[in-house]
Ligand binder design. Structure first.
Ligand SMILES: C[S@@+](CC[C@H](N)C(=O)[O-])C[C@H]1O[C@@H](n2cnc3c(N)ncnc32)[C@H](O)[C@@H]1O
Length: 391
């Protein structure tokens, strides 16, 4: 089979081969040239690609179904040994299409996008419903300006403004559709207020630090947004506030002073079960997890749990054929104990799958529930204070 050419038509061919549902978006993919939205220096995975020195590779990446990092560390110059936090990207086209399909855009909709990035998604939206129906908000002023230039180069002119997506964009409301392309721990009520009920919809990557890998798909009526979770998107987190990230060593300290205990709960039962990760994540919105498999073929794995504020950390070591697993914890919180307690709560609920969970957003805040809004998951989302802080 010949390789698809590095062009919009080639990208369309790749997406069709992957059986990506294109819905009404095929024309936008074919008409809007992704290369107009990418800077000359891009990253895909660990590979840095320069348009000047590798033009063919650069173009191949532009028309591949991959997420392309377009900015790291907010655009600050970054040394070779420094941690590279991706801070903006052109999302993977098949994931953009998945989101747009969830958004269920109608031709006469007004649409608010939060997180303009390169402007490509705003351009696809503008191509479909008309530039005058699309508003996009980007936190980074340099990116916002560049995104506006990119869309203009593609012959489109959605309104792209600098701002904090948290506030939505009241000027221009109401919208029928709101789409965020960065992950949020909580859906801001401002978005709900700016959506026209009863046919409004919000789609956003949702979740706290432990598991920010779900799309929340919410319908708006009677001053509330309500819906469920789907997909496994990996989007960057909101910049405001953005939790600190870095190398594992940046989060580890006082290793000699840490408490050593053991648990009968295999860390694999959390780390390898997306439903467990989702429900445990409800209890740990402010700590992330990092599974590190041993590279010696032993099958061992360490599950690290690291507080966003870097005060506390925990590890649980998996090894095959053992009954108890070593746990090490340091800091004002006992993060493994918190994760294990959340796992046990999930077990006591009968180990529900994620698709039984739902989310309601009202003026008072958001609530996660099981099966129906009458059954809030407060046992996970509102843990008692004594479980969170140890003496
Ligand atoms: C995955 S990229 C967006 C991809 C983009 N939609 C595209 O088509 O290229 C996420 C973007 O969200 C922006 N962002 C993060 N937090 C934000 C916030 N609170 N308000 C507005 N934009 C934000 C980032 O600066 C980044 O450019």
């Amino acid at each position: 089979m010949t390789k698809p050419e590095a062009s919009p038509a080639g990208l369309l061919e790749i997406l069709r081969e992957k059986a990506t549902p294109l819905g009404p978006w095929g024309d936008a993919v074919a008409s809007v040239r992704r290369e107009l939205f990418l800077p000359d220096e891009i990253e895909v995975g660990d590979e840095l690609v320069s348009r000047a020195t590798s033009p063919a590779r650069w173009l191949e990446v532009a028309y591949s179904d991959v997420s392309v990092t377009t900015q790291v560390n907010d655009g600050r110059p970054t040394g070779p040994d420094e941690y590279r936090l991706p801070t903006s990207s052109s999302s993977q086209p098949s994931v953009m299409l998945e989101m747009l399909s969830l958004l269920d855009v109608q031709p006469t909709d007004r649409i608010l996008e939060l997180g303009s990035g390169t402007g490509l998604n705003a351009a696809w939206l503008a191509h479909r419903v008309g530039s005058d129906r699309v508003v996009s908000v980007e936190f980074d002023p340099v990116l916002a300006e560049q995104a506006a230039k990119n869309t203009q180069a593609a012959g489109l002119s959605p309104l792209i403004v600098q701002g904090d997506g948290e506030q939505g964009r009241p000027t221009g409301a109401p919208y029928q559709r709101v789409i965020a392309t960065y992950a949020v721990t909580a859906i801001p009520y401002a978005w709900v207020e700016q959506v026209a009920a009863p046919q409004g919809r919000i789609v956003a990557p949702w979740g706290g630090s432990f598991f920010p890998y779900s799309f929340a798909v919410l319908d708006v009526r009677d001053g509330r947004a309500e819906g469920r979770f789907t997909g496994y998107p990996a989007f960057m987190r909101s910049r405001n506030p953005r939790p600190a990230r870095g190398f594992l060593d940046d989060f580890l300290h006082h290793r000699e002073a840490a408490d050593a205990t053991a648990t009968s709960l295999s860390p694999l039962r959390i780390a390898q079960d997306p439903d467990a990760l989702f429900y445990v994540g409800l209890a740990l919105p402010d700590a992330w997890h990092l599974p590190v498999p041993a590279d010696d073929g032993s099958g061992e794995m360490t599950l690290w749990i690291l507080a966003d504020d870097r005060t506390s950390w925990a590890s649980a070591d998996y090894a095959p054929d053992v009954g108890d697993y070593a746990v090490t914890q340091y800091g004002p919180r006992r993060l493994w104990d918190e994760a294990e307690a959340a796992y046990r709560t999930w077990e006591a609920l009968g180990r529900p799958s994620r698709d039984r969970a739902g989310l309601s957003v009202a003026a008072e805040g958001q609530r996660v529930w099981l099966d129906t809004p009458e059954h809030p998951l407060s046992a996970l989302t509102d843990p008692p204070p004594h479980r969170r802080i140890c003496d």
